[in-house]
Write a protein that binds this ligand. Sequence first.
Ligand code: SF4
Length: 402
Amino acid sequence: MQGMESLTELYKIGRGPSSSHTMGPERACKAFRQQYPAADAFRVTLYGSLAKTGKGHGTDEVIRKTLAPAPCEVRFDSKTTALPHPNTMDMVALLNGCEIGQARVLSIGGGSIAFEGHGVKKPETVYEKSTFSDIAAYCKEHDLRLWEYVAEQEGPDFWSHMEQVWSAMKQAITRGLADKGILPGGLEVKKKAGALYRNQHIDESAETREHRMVCAFAFAVSEQNASGEEIVTAPTCGAAGVLPAVLYYQQQKHRFSDQQILHALATAGLIGNLIKTNASISGAECGCQAEIGSACAMAAAALGELFSLDIDKIEYAAEIAIEHHLGLTCDPICGLVQIPCIERNAVAAMRAINAVSLASFLWDSRKISFDKVVKTMKETGRDLSSSYKETSEAGLAKIKLE
Ligand code: SF4
């Protein structure tokens, strides 16, 4: 059995706009620099999706900043196709012009990295079980909620990490609602979270207000991400707005305590971890279904926990959320995490709320398990053309903006 890593590897606090294209390479550079402290220069070659959309995401800038003050030449190689992962990078450490070390790093999604050789360890696995059905059976046998299972498996520092995660999510919303102007990158996309939050419709119904608030919170985080500000991967930077938007809105509406929110975050994290382990949370690997679809499933599970739904209903809500994102393509215009990404976060946040209400009514008639839909998502991602996997070669990415 393969086991799963800690949720602290899933929820990472850092700067956007892309977990795989900025956070992952940033972590790789930090680890590589530590391994070769004597190096006086570096050379990094980006392949696959990192080469094709790295400029738009600012990957080269992040690499140079992280390795500074040593100079770094960044090369973009979009021709090489025999790669171990769509987000592959080669790093070379130099001293007086001579090579003193090299490593191949895979940015595997959600800011996580894996080194080929060279002894930088992958995070430990702290969960022995890695399917929803096994975890659900264990929880039922021991009368545990999913978050209690998480608490049982994680280390002593887990809840303090989750407090920081929730705090960073709330701060991103607050900053995003107050922010104005145009997003960087040249698409001239206006920051709209504040306007959405404040511009009440003249005879707004409660439902319309709910939609507007949830969307405003999702826009706030996603615009902060696109601005290179601090956000939390949930499970990635591109999909970082979905989960905080749902939790923040529901906390305001129902006065849930921060502790209840932390339990919901742990439940959501378990769902994200299962997808990361058994399929992918990387847009470059499986398309946007892996990012926004996963975020939607996490938010649905979190909301199910807040509403004290039983495990079967939480499973169904998360399953619905993924099922209706199957095949969703990743085609960001100019490689910027803006169009369609920001709106997509808002739509997925609403969809998570809908998935929970549907699951709470229809759970006893369901036919597809969470584990099955995750497997299907992986297969669908494998079958998707690479043009729709964060390469900006097709779909919306081909549209010329006026
Ligand atoms: S389209 Fe989806 S997967 Fe692609 S960058 Fe945007 S949010 Fe991420």
